[in-house]
Design a protein around this ligand. Structure first.
Ligand code: ATP
Ligand code: MG
Ligand code: MG
Length: 643
């Protein structure tokens, strides 16, 4: 606030200008709305928000004197701007804008940080409360999350003026070379470039031509505005880069207001400078664009167009094995119907992994674990899966689901249902209880019974596999939280001879909670689902989407490496009644969201996730209806339970 000058205030360029002296760290996440965000973007989102949060302002030592910057008694973190980098009307779409904002909000869910708001480490302050003030992204809300989404297109007139400033200082000119000629004139790494014959137009001629370009007098591709830098620079980016091109195309945000659009290398440093970005964090492929970034930014400051000189700092991209992370490739997967859509749970898009059931905290943990560096690395998807297991293990309710059911009839049960109150989580009493009814019939997992008298028994020499502790003909097992049962008789299919039902005896004295003695002492404990109250549903099991570590590396076309067996649909899965009840509640919550007070985070189907005991982590799929529940397997359990 010490260096704002009156010239700046009376200058039209002062719009949106900020003084950065002693200001907080300011970063931005600037995706182009030309596709859905993917896990690579999640790395950039996490990094930018984390950097902003990491540096409190004012620093603690000066806080007592500073006073004014302190909200709610806490220190302010830095700021992270959400900016849509919308400079190319041909590839951009409102649908992408909507999805990007939704995805970024979701990645940050629960951190208390919102874009563009001052991030407040003190709970309940500005930007806090999970940012859930709105449910509707199109809403012109001024809440901490959506208010103040920035767009590069907001600065189009400033950028036009900035271009004029360069023309007037003799540092930009209007060119007429075709793209092919331009490429030819540019030269190569080993040969210097050749100047365009239009390089030495007079300033007034350039001014007039650029005005005419803007006025729509010329067709696409006929003229460009180029920076006049150095045609013999060893850095090709400095050989008179194009700053503006003509495109007679409607823009998703500015409509038909413009027919000239700035190039990334010109617009990005200007947008950063206008917004007072202190650290413009970007991926390494922009490293050799940095001299151009600085060239533009320095001139903006020199011309008194902006006060802040932002710095570009590069970090390495995220590459994931067995998948692709590029909007261009992801678009092909969708358009060629290799997947069901952007949010197909096999997709590495944010919407895909959200639908699959990866929680946002797992994504953030993953980004934190990978760290930030300047060296390229190929990360194993398994690391993300491990992060998901960690988070889900801690937060998820347990439940019983039987993926491949085998019927058990308890012959000595009177048929009355007995309700067992069982914990939702073994270590988290705060998650409460669920009710598991027990009665005369139940389903158990087919693999929890070893058919000694059937083909599998014969193949195994009439003995169970080593270490098998579950149910055998004549053997005993504990139905978890209920009773020990003994298998007395196997009912078989008349034709296939496959077991269709087990007739069992229960031992009432082994009721869960009673001191296990005698009959109660069994080694195997298995999950089960009561048959008359269970719900049938469908489970989707996923494998990696590609069979090659680096898809397309051998064949040149990544689609040839698609895994044809990446989806397995399991029908006829049965779940305990508490699951169906939770799912129906969740579906209702989602349907009603937005009709009442806008005070909670937008709910997603996958927020309902379970550890289906001994099977893995599963989340409710967004295609679910009350009468047709679908669960996605998020990840398997790390270790199969040795029962
Ligand atoms: P893509 O190559 O998938 O089209 P992009 O870099 O063109 O991605 P942008 O919309 O420009 O996509 O990206 C917004 C921000 O996200 C940029 O700052 C970019 O550097 C960052 N980003 C994109 N992909 C990755 C990645 N794989 N790892 C880390 N950051 C990424
Ligand atoms: Mg880009
Ligand atoms: Mg791109």
């Amino acid at each position: 606030s010490t260096s704002t000058t009156t010239t700046a205030d009376t200058n039209s360029y002062a719009v949106g200008m900020r003084t950065m002296i002693n200001g907080p760290i300011t970063t931005r996440f600037p995706p182009e709305p030309n596709g859905y965000l993917h896990l690579g973007h999640a790395k950039a989102v996490s990094f930018n928000f984390a950097v902003a949060r990491a540096f409190p302002y004012p620093p603690p030592s000066t806080s007592s004197a500073a006073g004014g910057g302190v909200v709610g008694g806490g220190y302010l973190g830095g700021r992270c701007h959400m900016r849509l980098d919308d400079t190319n009307p041909s590839k951009e779409d409102e649908e992408y804008v909507r999805s990007i904002l939704e995805d970024v909000r979701w990645i940050q869910r629960g951190t208390g940080g919102g874009w563009n708001a001052v991030i407040d480490d003190d709970e309940g302050g500005r930007g806090g409360g999970g940012g859930g003030e709105t449910d509707d992204i199109a809403d012109d809300d001024t809440g901490p999350w959506y208010g103040g989404v920035k767009k590069t297109s907001d600065y189009f007139s400033l950028m036009y003026d900035a271009a004029m400033y360069l023309i007037e200082s003799g540092e930009a000119y209007v060119d007429e070379l075709s793209p092919e000629q331009m490429r030819e004139y540019r030269g190569t790494l080993t040969s210097p470039g050749v100047s365009s014959p239009y390089r030495d137009r007079s300033i007034s001629e350039n001014v007039e031509l650029f005005r005419n370009m803007r006025a729509g007098m010329y067709p696409d591709g006929s003229y460009t505005l180029r920076a006049k830098i150095d045609m013999s620079s060893p850095n090709l980016n400095m050989r008179d880069p194009v700053l503006y091109r003509i495109k007679h195309e409607s823009h998703q945000a500015t409509g038909d207001a413009w027919c000239v659009y700035p190039m990334y290398d010109f617009s990005h440093p200007i947008a950063d400078a206008i917004e007072g970005i202190t650290h413009s964090l970007c991926t390494l492929e922009f490293e050799d664009h940095r001299p151009l970034y600085d060239w533009v930014a320095e001139r903006m400051v020199r011309g008194n167009l902006v006060k802040c000189l932002p710095r570009q700092i590069e970090f390495s991209r995220l590459n994931l094995k067995y998948t692709v992370l590029s909007k261009r490739k992801l678009i092909r997967l969708v358009e060629e119907n290799h997947v069901s859509g952007w949010d197909d749970p096999r997709m590495p898009t944010i919407s895909g992994i959200r639908r699959r059931g990866f929680p946002p905290s797992a994504i953030r943990l993953f980004c934190e674990r990978m760290g930030i560096s300047k060296s390229d690395s190929n990360i194993d998807f398994g690391i993300l899966e491990d992060c998901a297991r960690e988070v889900l293990d801690e937060d998820c309710s347990r439940a019983f689901a039987i993926l491949n059911p085998l019927k058990v009839t308890v012959t000595n049960c009177d048929g009355e249902l007995e309700n067992f109150e069982v914990p939702r989580h073994p270590k988290r009493p705060d998650l409460g209880h669920r009710v598991a009814p027990f009665g005369k019939s139940a389903y158990i997992e087919r693999s929890d019974f070893f058919d000694l008298d059937g083909p599998e028994g014969r193949d195994n020499g009439g003995v169970p596999p080593a270490g098998f502790k579950r149910l055998l003909p004549g053997g005993r097992v504990r139905l978890k939280y209920a009773y020990v049962i003994r298998c007395d008789e196997v009912v078989r299919d008349a034709i296939t001879n496959e077991p269709t039902e087990l007739l069992c005896t229960m031992f009432p004295e082994t009721r869960s909670g009673a001191t296990p003695e005698g009959e109660a002492r069994v080694k195997g404990i298995i999950q089960w689902v009561e048959a008359s109250t269970c719900t049938k549903c469908r489970v989707m099991q996923y494998d990696r989407l590609f069979v090659a570590e680096e898809p397309g590396r051998e064949s040149g076309d990544f689609t040839t490496d698609i895994n044809k067996e990446s989806l397995r649909v399991v029908e006829g899965v049965v779940v305990e009644p508490s699951v169906a009840k939770d799912a129906i509640d969740m579906i209702a919550r989602i349907r009603n969201y937005g009709t009442g007070k806008k005070s909670v985070d937008k709910p997603y189907h996958a927020d309902l996730a379970y550890q289906f005991e001994r099977s893995g982590y599963f989340a409710l799929d967004s295609s679910s209806t009350e009468s047709d529940l679908v669960f996605n397997r998020v990840v398997t359990l790390k270790d199969t339970w040795n029962a």
